[in-house]
Write a protein that binds this ligand. Structure first.
Ligand SMILES: NC(=O)c1ccc[n+]([C@@H]2O[C@H](COP(=O)([O-])OP(=O)(O)OC[C@H]3O[C@@H](n4cnc5c(N)ncnc54)[C@H](O)[C@@H]3O)[C@@H](O)[C@H]2O)c1
Length: 372
Protein backbone atom coordinates (compact mmCIF):
# COMPACT_ATOMS: atom_id res chain seq x y z
CA UNK A 1 0.00 0.00 0.00
CA UNK A 2 1.26 3.45 -0.91
CA UNK A 3 0.45 6.45 1.28
CA UNK A 4 -0.02 9.87 -0.26
CA UNK A 5 -0.37 13.01 1.83
CA UNK A 6 -2.32 15.79 0.12
CA UNK A 7 -2.02 19.48 1.00
CA UNK A 8 -4.96 21.64 -0.11
CA UNK A 9 -4.31 25.32 -0.83
CA UNK A 10 -7.65 27.13 -1.08
CA UNK A 11 -10.82 25.63 0.26
CA UNK A 12 -13.68 27.38 -1.54
CA UNK A 13 -15.88 25.82 -4.20
CA UNK A 14 -13.19 23.78 -5.97
CA UNK A 15 -11.17 23.05 -2.83
CA UNK A 16 -14.22 21.29 -1.45
CA UNK A 17 -14.73 19.50 -4.76
CA UNK A 18 -11.16 18.17 -4.96
CA UNK A 19 -11.18 17.11 -1.32
CA UNK A 20 -14.39 15.16 -1.87
CA UNK A 21 -12.76 13.43 -4.86
CA UNK A 22 -9.53 12.41 -3.07
CA UNK A 23 -11.55 11.20 -0.12
CA UNK A 24 -13.81 9.05 -2.31
CA UNK A 25 -11.33 7.46 -4.70
CA UNK A 26 -11.41 4.29 -2.57
CA UNK A 27 -15.12 3.85 -3.34
CA UNK A 28 -14.82 4.35 -7.09
CA UNK A 29 -11.63 2.43 -7.91
CA UNK A 30 -9.92 -0.82 -6.98
CA UNK A 31 -6.77 0.66 -5.55
CA UNK A 32 -4.42 0.03 -2.68
CA UNK A 33 -3.28 3.63 -2.43
CA UNK A 34 -4.10 5.38 0.83
CA UNK A 35 -4.89 9.06 0.23
CA UNK A 36 -4.60 11.11 3.38
CA UNK A 37 -6.07 14.64 3.46
CA UNK A 38 -3.11 15.82 5.50
CA UNK A 39 -3.01 19.62 5.40
CA UNK A 40 -4.96 22.70 4.34
CA UNK A 41 -4.34 26.40 3.97
CA UNK A 42 -7.26 28.74 3.37
CA UNK A 43 -7.52 32.47 4.05
CA UNK A 44 -11.30 32.76 4.47
CA UNK A 45 -13.37 31.16 7.22
CA UNK A 46 -14.33 27.62 6.21
CA UNK A 47 -15.93 24.67 7.93
CA UNK A 48 -13.86 21.73 6.76
CA UNK A 49 -16.13 18.69 6.33
CA UNK A 50 -13.20 16.40 7.11
CA UNK A 51 -10.42 16.67 9.66
CA UNK A 52 -7.05 17.75 8.26
CA UNK A 53 -4.06 16.86 10.43
CA UNK A 54 -2.54 20.30 9.90
CA UNK A 55 -4.06 23.70 9.19
CA UNK A 56 -1.57 26.26 7.87
CA UNK A 57 -2.16 30.01 8.01
CA UNK A 58 0.27 30.49 5.10
CA UNK A 59 0.56 28.32 2.00
CA UNK A 60 4.38 28.51 2.02
CA UNK A 61 4.44 26.54 5.28
CA UNK A 62 2.22 23.85 3.75
CA UNK A 63 4.33 23.56 0.59
CA UNK A 64 7.53 23.19 2.58
CA UNK A 65 6.11 20.61 5.00
CA UNK A 66 8.21 17.56 4.15
CA UNK A 67 5.25 15.23 4.79
CA UNK A 68 3.20 16.74 1.97
CA UNK A 69 3.47 14.73 -1.27
CA UNK A 70 0.82 16.46 -3.42
CA UNK A 71 0.11 20.19 -3.55
CA UNK A 72 -3.45 20.89 -4.69
CA UNK A 73 -4.01 24.49 -5.80
CA UNK A 74 -7.58 25.85 -5.61
CA UNK A 75 -6.95 29.54 -5.01
CA UNK A 76 -8.22 32.38 -7.22
CA UNK A 77 -6.47 32.67 -10.60
CA UNK A 78 -4.15 35.58 -9.71
CA UNK A 79 -2.48 33.44 -7.03
CA UNK A 80 -1.78 30.44 -9.27
CA UNK A 81 1.57 31.82 -10.47
CA UNK A 82 3.16 32.36 -7.05
CA UNK A 83 1.82 29.13 -5.54
CA UNK A 84 2.84 27.11 -8.61
CA UNK A 85 6.37 28.54 -8.53
CA UNK A 86 6.75 27.71 -4.82
CA UNK A 87 5.45 24.17 -5.42
CA UNK A 88 7.76 23.71 -8.42
CA UNK A 89 10.75 24.91 -6.36
CA UNK A 90 9.83 22.40 -3.65
CA UNK A 91 9.60 19.69 -6.37
CA UNK A 92 6.21 18.42 -5.18
CA UNK A 93 3.54 16.72 -7.25
CA UNK A 94 1.09 19.44 -8.35
CA UNK A 95 -2.64 19.32 -9.05
CA UNK A 96 -3.68 22.85 -10.05
CA UNK A 97 -6.98 24.34 -11.12
CA UNK A 98 -7.21 26.06 -14.49
CA UNK A 99 -6.06 28.47 -15.82
CA UNK A 100 -2.29 28.21 -15.44
CA UNK A 101 -2.01 31.96 -14.75
CA UNK A 102 -3.76 35.29 -15.35
CA UNK A 103 -1.66 36.43 -18.29
CA UNK A 104 1.10 35.30 -20.62
CA UNK A 105 3.87 37.05 -18.65
CA UNK A 106 2.89 35.13 -15.50
CA UNK A 107 2.65 31.91 -17.51
CA UNK A 108 6.19 32.51 -18.84
CA UNK A 109 7.42 32.94 -15.24
CA UNK A 110 5.86 29.61 -14.26
CA UNK A 111 7.51 27.89 -17.23
CA UNK A 112 10.88 29.50 -16.44
CA UNK A 113 10.70 28.04 -12.92
CA UNK A 114 9.55 24.69 -14.39
CA UNK A 115 12.72 24.56 -16.51
CA UNK A 116 15.11 26.20 -14.02
CA UNK A 117 14.24 23.77 -11.21
CA UNK A 118 14.06 20.76 -13.56
CA UNK A 119 10.53 19.92 -12.49
CA UNK A 120 10.25 16.13 -12.78
CA UNK A 121 7.19 15.31 -10.67
CA UNK A 122 3.64 14.63 -11.85
CA UNK A 123 1.47 17.65 -12.63
CA UNK A 124 -2.09 18.29 -13.72
CA UNK A 125 -3.99 21.39 -14.78
CA UNK A 126 -7.67 20.60 -14.19
CA UNK A 127 -9.36 20.36 -17.57
CA UNK A 128 -11.78 17.71 -16.37
CA UNK A 129 -13.73 17.36 -19.61
CA UNK A 130 -10.94 15.11 -20.89
CA UNK A 131 -12.35 12.63 -18.36
CA UNK A 132 -15.91 12.44 -19.73
CA UNK A 133 -16.20 8.90 -21.14
CA UNK A 134 -18.08 10.21 -24.21
CA UNK A 135 -15.20 12.60 -24.95
CA UNK A 136 -12.61 9.87 -24.23
CA UNK A 137 -14.46 7.70 -26.77
CA UNK A 138 -14.50 10.59 -29.27
CA UNK A 139 -10.70 10.83 -28.94
CA UNK A 140 -10.38 7.07 -29.41
CA UNK A 141 -12.61 7.12 -32.53
CA UNK A 142 -10.65 10.01 -34.06
CA UNK A 143 -7.35 8.19 -33.36
CA UNK A 144 -8.79 4.98 -34.87
CA UNK A 145 -9.56 6.92 -38.06
CA UNK A 146 -13.32 6.47 -37.72
CA UNK A 147 -14.06 9.91 -39.21
CA UNK A 148 -11.00 10.10 -41.45
CA UNK A 149 -8.99 13.27 -41.91
CA UNK A 150 -10.60 16.13 -39.97
CA UNK A 151 -11.90 18.96 -42.18
CA UNK A 152 -13.62 21.40 -39.82
CA UNK A 153 -15.19 21.72 -36.36
CA UNK A 154 -17.24 23.92 -34.09
CA UNK A 155 -17.24 24.17 -30.31
CA UNK A 156 -19.60 26.12 -28.10
CA UNK A 157 -19.49 26.62 -24.35
CA UNK A 158 -22.34 28.73 -22.94
CA UNK A 159 -23.26 29.40 -19.33
CA UNK A 160 -25.51 31.88 -17.55
CA UNK A 161 -23.36 32.63 -14.48
CA UNK A 162 -23.34 36.38 -15.24
CA UNK A 163 -26.88 36.86 -16.62
CA UNK A 164 -27.96 38.54 -13.38
CA UNK A 165 -26.94 42.23 -13.80
CA UNK A 166 -26.92 42.52 -10.00
CA UNK A 167 -24.33 39.80 -9.51
CA UNK A 168 -21.72 41.72 -7.50
CA UNK A 169 -18.11 42.17 -8.56
CA UNK A 170 -15.93 39.37 -7.18
CA UNK A 171 -12.45 38.05 -7.98
CA UNK A 172 -14.00 36.22 -10.96
CA UNK A 173 -15.08 39.54 -12.55
CA UNK A 174 -11.97 41.60 -11.77
CA UNK A 175 -9.46 41.52 -14.63
CA UNK A 176 -6.35 41.62 -12.37
CA UNK A 177 -7.62 38.73 -10.25
CA UNK A 178 -9.28 36.50 -12.83
CA UNK A 179 -7.21 37.37 -15.91
CA UNK A 180 -10.32 37.44 -18.05
CA UNK A 181 -14.01 36.62 -18.29
CA UNK A 182 -15.73 33.82 -20.14
CA UNK A 183 -12.48 32.93 -21.93
CA UNK A 184 -10.82 31.95 -18.66
CA UNK A 185 -13.91 30.57 -16.91
CA UNK A 186 -15.24 28.39 -19.74
CA UNK A 187 -13.12 28.91 -22.85
CA UNK A 188 -9.93 27.39 -21.45
CA UNK A 189 -11.77 24.04 -21.10
CA UNK A 190 -12.87 24.12 -24.76
CA UNK A 191 -9.39 25.15 -25.97
CA UNK A 192 -7.83 22.23 -24.12
CA UNK A 193 -10.42 19.89 -25.69
CA UNK A 194 -9.60 21.22 -29.17
CA UNK A 195 -5.90 20.53 -28.49
CA UNK A 196 -6.79 17.04 -27.20
CA UNK A 197 -9.19 16.02 -29.98
CA UNK A 198 -8.05 17.96 -33.04
CA UNK A 199 -4.56 19.41 -32.66
CA UNK A 200 -2.67 22.51 -31.57
CA UNK A 201 -4.35 25.79 -32.46
CA UNK A 202 -1.96 27.96 -34.43
CA UNK A 203 -4.03 30.98 -35.48
CA UNK A 204 -7.08 32.82 -34.09
CA UNK A 205 -9.42 35.64 -35.01
CA UNK A 206 -11.68 36.88 -32.21
CA UNK A 207 -14.33 39.42 -31.28
CA UNK A 208 -15.46 40.09 -27.69
CA UNK A 209 -18.18 41.98 -25.82
CA UNK A 210 -18.99 42.93 -22.25
CA UNK A 211 -22.76 43.07 -22.16
CA UNK A 212 -23.23 44.18 -18.53
CA UNK A 213 -20.68 46.99 -18.31
CA UNK A 214 -21.30 47.95 -14.68
CA UNK A 215 -22.00 45.84 -11.61
CA UNK A 216 -22.45 46.49 -7.89
CA UNK A 217 -19.44 46.29 -5.62
CA UNK A 218 -20.25 43.77 -2.91
CA UNK A 219 -21.01 45.22 0.54
CA UNK A 220 -21.24 48.83 -0.76
CA UNK A 221 -23.75 50.93 -2.72
CA UNK A 222 -21.16 51.58 -5.45
CA UNK A 223 -21.69 50.53 -9.07
CA UNK A 224 -18.38 50.05 -10.86
CA UNK A 225 -17.02 49.19 -14.31
CA UNK A 226 -16.65 45.52 -15.21
CA UNK A 227 -13.23 44.66 -16.64
CA UNK A 228 -13.97 41.29 -18.20
CA UNK A 229 -15.77 40.04 -21.31
CA UNK A 230 -19.08 38.16 -21.29
CA UNK A 231 -19.10 36.94 -24.90
CA UNK A 232 -16.42 35.81 -27.36
CA UNK A 233 -16.75 34.56 -30.93
CA UNK A 234 -13.53 33.00 -32.21
CA UNK A 235 -12.35 31.55 -35.49
CA UNK A 236 -9.58 29.02 -35.00
CA UNK A 237 -7.10 27.25 -37.24
CA UNK A 238 -5.09 24.11 -36.61
CA UNK A 239 -2.99 23.68 -39.73
CA UNK A 240 -5.48 23.23 -42.58
CA UNK A 241 -8.35 22.46 -40.22
CA UNK A 242 -10.68 25.39 -39.53
CA UNK A 243 -13.17 25.81 -36.73
CA UNK A 244 -15.13 28.10 -34.47
CA UNK A 245 -15.46 28.53 -30.72
CA UNK A 246 -18.44 30.45 -29.30
CA UNK A 247 -18.39 31.47 -25.64
CA UNK A 248 -20.93 33.21 -23.43
CA UNK A 249 -21.53 33.54 -19.71
CA UNK A 250 -24.76 35.55 -20.28
CA UNK A 251 -26.73 32.90 -22.18
CA UNK A 252 -30.04 32.68 -20.31
CA UNK A 253 -31.04 29.14 -19.46
CA UNK A 254 -27.60 27.61 -20.05
CA UNK A 255 -26.06 25.33 -17.44
CA UNK A 256 -22.99 23.53 -18.75
CA UNK A 257 -23.91 24.07 -22.40
CA UNK A 258 -20.77 22.56 -23.90
CA UNK A 259 -21.21 21.18 -27.40
CA UNK A 260 -18.97 20.23 -30.29
CA UNK A 261 -19.18 18.85 -33.81
CA UNK A 262 -16.16 17.49 -35.67
CA UNK A 263 -16.45 16.71 -39.37
CA UNK A 264 -14.00 14.41 -41.14
CA UNK A 265 -13.68 13.05 -44.67
CA UNK A 266 -15.44 9.76 -43.80
CA UNK A 267 -17.68 10.63 -40.86
CA UNK A 268 -18.56 13.00 -38.05
CA UNK A 269 -18.77 13.15 -34.25
CA UNK A 270 -21.10 15.26 -32.12
CA UNK A 271 -21.27 15.84 -28.37
CA UNK A 272 -23.71 17.86 -26.28
CA UNK A 273 -23.23 18.08 -22.54
CA UNK A 274 -27.03 18.12 -22.13
CA UNK A 275 -26.62 14.35 -22.45
CA UNK A 276 -23.04 13.45 -21.47
CA UNK A 277 -23.94 9.75 -21.52
CA UNK A 278 -23.56 9.43 -25.29
CA UNK A 279 -21.35 10.42 -28.19
CA UNK A 280 -22.98 10.74 -31.61
CA UNK A 281 -21.23 9.14 -34.57
CA UNK A 282 -21.96 9.27 -38.29
CA UNK A 283 -20.20 6.91 -40.70
CA UNK A 284 -20.33 7.71 -44.44
CA UNK A 285 -20.07 3.98 -45.19
CA UNK A 286 -23.22 2.95 -43.33
CA UNK A 287 -25.70 1.16 -45.58
CA UNK A 288 -27.89 3.63 -47.46
CA UNK A 289 -31.19 2.95 -49.23
CA UNK A 290 -33.87 5.14 -50.83
CA UNK A 291 -35.78 5.11 -47.55
CA UNK A 292 -32.77 5.56 -45.22
CA UNK A 293 -31.08 2.17 -44.76
CA UNK A 294 -28.89 2.34 -41.64
CA UNK A 295 -27.40 5.72 -42.41
CA UNK A 296 -27.65 8.40 -39.72
CA UNK A 297 -26.08 9.64 -36.50
CA UNK A 298 -25.82 6.83 -33.97
CA UNK A 299 -25.85 7.50 -30.21
CA UNK A 300 -23.01 5.43 -28.74
CA UNK A 301 -23.66 4.84 -25.05
CA UNK A 302 -20.64 5.74 -22.95
CA UNK A 303 -22.32 6.49 -19.57
CA UNK A 304 -19.79 5.66 -16.85
CA UNK A 305 -17.62 3.35 -18.93
CA UNK A 306 -14.13 4.06 -17.63
CA UNK A 307 -12.76 0.53 -17.75
CA UNK A 308 -9.55 -0.38 -15.89
CA UNK A 309 -9.72 -0.06 -12.11
CA UNK A 310 -13.05 1.81 -12.06
CA UNK A 311 -15.36 -0.48 -10.15
CA UNK A 312 -18.23 1.57 -8.75
CA UNK A 313 -20.90 2.52 -9.66
CA UNK A 314 -21.46 0.09 -12.55
CA UNK A 315 -20.65 1.34 -16.07
CA UNK A 316 -24.32 1.42 -17.11
CA UNK A 317 -25.10 4.19 -14.60
CA UNK A 318 -25.55 7.79 -15.83
CA UNK A 319 -22.69 10.21 -15.42
CA UNK A 320 -22.40 13.74 -13.99
CA UNK A 321 -19.85 16.55 -13.53
CA UNK A 322 -18.43 15.42 -10.17
CA UNK A 323 -17.48 12.06 -11.72
CA UNK A 324 -15.16 13.73 -14.27
CA UNK A 325 -13.24 15.30 -11.38
CA UNK A 326 -13.01 11.97 -9.58
CA UNK A 327 -11.63 10.36 -12.77
CA UNK A 328 -9.15 13.21 -13.26
CA UNK A 329 -7.89 12.95 -9.67
CA UNK A 330 -7.68 9.15 -9.85
CA UNK A 331 -5.62 9.34 -13.06
CA UNK A 332 -3.31 11.88 -11.41
CA UNK A 333 -2.84 9.79 -8.24
CA UNK A 334 -2.22 6.68 -10.36
CA UNK A 335 0.45 8.65 -12.26
CA UNK A 336 2.05 9.78 -8.98
CA UNK A 337 2.19 6.15 -7.78
CA UNK A 338 3.62 4.91 -11.08
CA UNK A 339 5.98 7.85 -11.50
CA UNK A 340 4.50 8.72 -14.89
CA UNK A 341 3.25 11.93 -16.48
CA UNK A 342 -0.44 12.83 -16.20
CA UNK A 343 -2.12 14.77 -19.00
CA UNK A 344 -3.29 17.52 -19.22
CA UNK A 345 -0.24 18.79 -17.32
CA UNK A 346 1.45 22.14 -16.70
CA UNK A 347 2.80 22.19 -20.27
CA UNK A 348 -0.74 21.65 -21.64
CA UNK A 349 -1.94 24.50 -19.40
CA UNK A 350 0.78 26.70 -20.90
CA UNK A 351 -0.32 25.79 -24.44
CA UNK A 352 -3.87 26.89 -23.56
CA UNK A 353 -2.49 30.14 -22.14
CA UNK A 354 -0.67 30.90 -25.42
CA UNK A 355 -4.02 30.59 -27.22
CA UNK A 356 -5.93 32.77 -24.71
CA UNK A 357 -3.24 35.44 -25.09
CA UNK A 358 -3.57 35.34 -28.90
CA UNK A 359 -7.39 35.52 -28.61
CA UNK A 360 -7.29 38.66 -26.43
CA UNK A 361 -4.73 40.29 -28.72
CA UNK A 362 -6.84 39.43 -31.76
CA UNK A 363 -9.99 40.91 -30.18
CA UNK A 364 -8.11 44.10 -29.20
CA UNK A 365 -6.25 44.54 -32.49
CA UNK A 366 -9.19 43.31 -34.62
CA UNK A 367 -6.98 41.09 -36.75
CA UNK A 368 -5.90 37.50 -37.05
CA UNK A 369 -3.07 36.52 -34.63
CA UNK A 370 -0.64 33.59 -34.81
CA UNK A 371 -0.28 31.57 -31.58
CA UNK A 372 3.28 31.57 -30.25
N1 LIG B 1 -12.31 23.05 -13.29
C1 LIG B 1 -13.48 23.61 -13.01
O1 LIG B 1 -14.52 23.09 -13.40
C2 LIG B 1 -13.53 24.87 -12.19
C3 LIG B 1 -14.75 25.38 -11.73
C4 LIG B 1 -14.72 26.52 -10.93
C5 LIG B 1 -13.52 27.14 -10.61
N2 LIG B 1 -12.35 26.63 -11.09
C6 LIG B 1 -11.05 27.23 -10.72
O2 LIG B 1 -10.78 26.89 -9.37
C7 LIG B 1 -10.03 27.92 -8.73
C8 LIG B 1 -10.71 28.30 -7.44
O3 LIG B 1 -12.02 28.75 -7.74
P1 LIG B 1 -13.20 28.65 -6.66
O4 LIG B 1 -14.45 28.74 -7.45
O5 LIG B 1 -12.99 27.49 -5.77
O6 LIG B 1 -12.96 30.00 -5.85
P2 LIG B 1 -13.46 30.35 -4.39
O7 LIG B 1 -13.44 31.83 -4.31
O8 LIG B 1 -14.72 29.61 -4.09
O9 LIG B 1 -12.33 29.72 -3.47
C9 LIG B 1 -11.02 30.24 -3.41
C10 LIG B 1 -10.48 29.93 -2.02
O10 LIG B 1 -9.10 30.30 -1.97
C11 LIG B 1 -8.83 30.84 -0.69
N3 LIG B 1 -7.62 31.66 -0.73
C12 LIG B 1 -7.47 32.91 -1.26
N4 LIG B 1 -6.18 33.33 -1.09
C13 LIG B 1 -5.53 32.32 -0.46
C14 LIG B 1 -4.19 32.13 0.00
N5 LIG B 1 -3.24 33.09 -0.16
N6 LIG B 1 -3.87 30.98 0.64
C15 LIG B 1 -4.80 30.02 0.84
N7 LIG B 1 -6.08 30.14 0.43
C16 LIG B 1 -6.44 31.27 -0.21
C17 LIG B 1 -10.09 31.63 -0.34
O11 LIG B 1 -10.19 31.81 1.05
C18 LIG B 1 -11.19 30.72 -0.90
O12 LIG B 1 -11.65 29.82 0.07
C19 LIG B 1 -9.92 29.05 -9.73
O13 LIG B 1 -8.66 29.02 -10.33
C20 LIG B 1 -11.00 28.75 -10.77
O14 LIG B 1 -10.66 29.19 -12.07
C21 LIG B 1 -12.35 25.51 -11.85
Amino acid sequence: MKNINVGMIGFGYMGKMHTMCYDNIKYYYNTDVNINMYAVSNTSKANFPIKFEKVYSDYQGLINDENVDVIDICVPNFLHKEVLIEAIKANKHIYCEKPLAVDIESAHEVMEAYKKYNFNKTSRITFEYRFVPAIMRAKQMIDEGKIGKIIHFNFKYYGSEFIDPNRPISWQSTKEKSGGGVLYALGTHAIDLIHYLIGDIDEVYADKRTHFKKRPLSGTDKIIDVGIEDILNIQLYSGEIMGTLLLSQVAAGSGIDLTFEIYGETGAIKFAHENPNVIYYFNNDDEKSPIGGLSGFKAIETTQKYGGAASFPPPRVNIAWTRYHIASIYDFIDAVCKDRKAYPDIEDGYKVQLVTDAIYRSAEEKKSIMVR
